[in-house]
Ligand binder design. Structure first.
Ligand SMILES: [Zn+2]
Ligand SMILES: [Zn+2]
Ligand SMILES: [Zn+2]
Length: 764
């Protein structure tokens, strides 16, 4: 059999996932000689051997690749014969324009977990144990290619034992860049008073556990930033954390040691268990059990709790079950109000000093801050609410090649998106772009992604809203660089995101039920109850919720009582003293509001579906003022009893969805003291029926039967499930989000799709 030589190039997520050792072993199995190396655009291999064995080698690659690898393509070509003496892993090659997807951070694998709790192992109870299958990735990578000197591990010199594992192709830690051990790697310590080390290593963890058991608040440096933790079963501790963090009601995330412990508090399913145990290990929202001893203060007024499992060795050690130790911890972002999550020791000690009683710190720097991801489960399928740790910077794959563009995203729940080839790099959750820190973070992250993925945008997409910080950033870039800019309507971006991530072609006409809080409309009004027909190029507004005034703009969002009275006024209802919102406003406030509405002083018009949910929550006397986004709607959903089938009437006249009769019937149900949970359910049913009715009208007129459901309102699980089932019963295809959140976390992706396709159409 003659010997031949091949060059093989593999694209995809193949760095930092144990790919080169895998190739090394595969080559040995087939008795091939040559080399493998990381390149900035994937992995390059050259092999020589018998052509049979090379064929077998190539066909084995996709079949037995390591679990975290994602292969996008394998290209092989015959080259001139090379004479290799053995098979080697050789130094990385970097070419300025190449790129490769970077792996997200990965939760501790089962082998590392077993070693962590094995007294015989040299990494027994070492809080930074990791291997090629798990550990930090995106958060520690400063640049590509992914090699230790380009990570925040560069300051730790490997000891002889670690070095040996790192260099041994048969070892699980072969070329694991963050490899470390108690002798040579990062360490933890505890400070009770900032600046004074109270304990180190194992002692630090044990004292940290005592601090938690005593009901105190611990700041913990984690993988993508700091958490604030306390005993979730201790109402006083949770209330104290709420008070100090000035966060009255927004739900806290929880962490428990294992699935069995999680099941003491919530109902799990196969899908939620799989997701909890998956490598990204996100927070999963699940229905709360009545028997749970989690303090009510953790998620007041909620029917679901958000749990995650320990995803780093430090978390595993901290949560290790013991008689006197809490069975679940609150693990909320270590930040002040809506600022970015803190990632540096000194900043944590400065900024969190009035919240934390102790600090569990370590010396492995975090290069990129990233929040925990949040999911819920819809019809036994994961449904993203916040896409961050474990998912970003994994690209979303699209069918067609894209030009290099930047989409800067919206104001709230900001993410941005960069594209090249068949990838859309949707950033991790950046946050609420209303403060300087978030805006700084946004700019830094754009730079980082552009340099990691070697992207130089040729066009920029941005929101129509003139005052958004992201829009301002885009406009500044467009001017000096003469890059074409594409202003994009907010709900059109939702529609595009929903259709492309469901695999539709950019030119396919679909309908979109874009039910949302706030988005700047083409007419300058605040849109949010929109039924659109369109594709990635254009859209038209088929129907919308009838406009009502939003008295005082943001004030009406914070106070559902104002929104309720304004809506009643707009629909021609009398304000009577028996109305629930009335009780929460003084005579002076009510007169001022009436004056404001009559004279149209600061009363922008809105078609927001989110606000309609607020109105109903207010009329039911459920919530008159909110302290976090969508609080009233979330509490309205939590109250609903899914078994009720009735719904209220409504009207469609022209392109307007008119809910006057809906409100009228709700008021009469309230007057005759129908149970609030029934009224809430009937209202949910009504919106599901409205969704079906507008879809039917669109199908009659256009034949379109693919319906995208996007917008923050579709985080309402009850509404979503009812609507999907109604649409499907009537032979519509309901397209819901799978990879990006239905809320504004998807907007940048949609903007990027519209920008790319419009740009392509114009330049070609
Ligand atoms: Zn591992
Ligand atoms: Zn070591
Ligand atoms: Zn939106």
């Amino acid at each position: 059999m003659p010997f031949v030589s091949y060059h093989i190039h593999i694209n995809g997520i193949v760095q930092g996932v144990g790919f080169r050792p895998f190739i090394y072993n595969l080559a040995l199995d087939q008795n091939l000689k040559g080399w493998v190396r990381n390149s900035a655009s994937g992995v390059d291999i050259e092999v020589s051997g018998s052509s049979d064995k090379i064929k077998k080698f190539i066909s084995e690659i996709p079949i037995s690749a390591p679990p975290l690898a994602q292969i996008d393509s394998i290209l092989s070509e015959k080259i001139e014969d090379c004479s290799f003496s053995d098979f080697k892993i050789i130094t990385s090659k970097d070419k300025a324009t190449d790129f490769i997807p970077v792996s997200p951070d990965v939760a501790t694998c089962s082998q590392c977990k077993a070693e962590l709790f094995n007294p015989q192992d040299r990494r027994y109870r070492y809080p930074f144990i990791n291997c090629t299958n798990c550990g930090p990735r995106f958060t520690i990578i400063r640049d590509i290619p992914y090699d230790r000197p380009k990570t925040t591990m560069s300051g730790f010199i490997m000891c002889a034992d670690c070095q040996e594992e790192y260099e041994n192709p048969l070892d699980r830690r072969f070329h694991a860049q963050p490899v470390a051990c108690p002798v040579c790697g990062p360490q933890v310590w505890l400070e009770l008073k900032p600046g004074e080390v109270a304990a180190e290593k194992e002692d630090a963890i044990q004292i940290a556990r005592q601090v938690l058991a005593e009901g105190k608040i611990l700041a913990i440096k984690g993988l993508g930033g700091f958490h604030l933790a306390c005993d979730a079963t201790n109402p006083t501790a949770v209330a104290r954390l709420r008070g100090r963090k000035r966060r009255p009601a927004k739900p806290f995330a929880l962490m428990a040691f294992d699935i069995a412990e999680v099941q003491n508090h919530v109902f799990t399913s196969e899908a939620s268990e799989d997701l909890l145990k998956s490598p990204p290990a996100p927070i999963v929202l699940m229905p709360k059990k009545g028997s749970s001893n989690i303090a009510e203060e953790v998620a007041p007024g909620q029917s679901r709790l958000g749990f995650m499992l320990p995803y780093t060795p430090l978390h595993l050690l901290l949560l290790e079950p013991a008689n006197d130790f809490p069975t679940a911890l609150v693990m909320t972002s270590g930040n002040l109000s809506e600022e970015p999550i803190i990632r540096e020791n000194q900043v944590a000690k400065d900024r969190l000093s009035r919240i934390a009683d102790a600090y569990l710190l370590h010396d492995r720097p975090i290069h990129m801050r990233i929040d925990d991801s949040v999911f819920t489960i819809i019809n036994e399928t994961p449904y993203p609410i916040r896409r961050a740790r474990g998912f970003a910077p994994n690209p979303i794959r699209v069918a067609q090649d894209l030009p290099q563009v930047l989409a800067v995203g919206p104001q709230m729940k900001n993410t941005f998106c960069l594209t090249r080839e068949k990838y859309a790099f949707l950033s991790h959750y950046i946050g609420e772009m209303e403060n300087w820190e978030t805006y700084q973070d946004f700019q830094k992250a754009i730079q980082h992604y552009q340099s990691l993925f070697r992207i130089r945008p040729r066009a920029i997409g941005y929101d129509l809203h003139p005052d958004y910080l992201s829009t301002k950033y885009a406009l500044e870039k467009i001017q000096p660089d003469h890059i074409p800019g594409y202003p994009i309507q907010h709900h059109h971006a939702h529609l595009a995101a929903g259709m492309i991530e469901n695999g539709l072609k950019p030119e396919t006409q679909v309908a979109g039920l874009i039910f949302d809080g706030t988005g700047y409309g083409l007419d300058g009004a605040i849109w949010g109850g929109e039924v659109l027909i369109g594709n990635c190029f254009d859209f038209k507004r088929a129907f919308h919720l009838k406009y009502v005034p939003l008295p005082g703009g943001d004030l009406a969002i914070l106070k559902p009582a104002r929104m309720a009275l304004s809506t009643l006024w707009a629909y021609g209802f009398e304000w009577t003293e028996d109305l629930a919102p009335f009780k929460y406003m003084s005579d002076i406030e009510i007169n001022a509001l009436k004056n404001q509405l009559v004279k149209q002083i600061n009363t922008p018009m809105t078609s927001s579906m989110g606000r309609l949910f607020d109105v109903v929550a207010s009329l039911l006397d459920l919530r008159q003022a909110i302290t976090y986004e969508a609080q009233a709607a979330i509490e309205l959903e939590a109250l609903a009893d899914g078994n009720e089938l009735g719904y209220y009437p409504w009207d469609i006249s022209g392109d307007e969805i008119n809910v006057k009769t809906t409100i009228k019937e709700i008021l009469s149900d309230i007057a005759i003291k129908i149970d609030k949970s029934i009224i809430s359910t009937r209202f949910h049913n009504t919106i599901a029926q409205v969704s079906l009715a507008v879809s039917e009208r669109i199908r009659q007129g256009t034949g379109i039967d693919q319906i995208v459901l996007s917008g923050g309102v579709w985080q309402n699980q009850l509404l979503l499930e009812k609507t999907i089932s109604l649409l499907e019963q009537n032979n519509f295809q309901a397209l819901i989000h799978k990879q990006t959140p239905p809320n504004d976390g998807c907007v940048a992706f949609g903007q990027a799709m519209i920008t790319s396709y419009r740009y392509l159409r114009e330049v070609e």
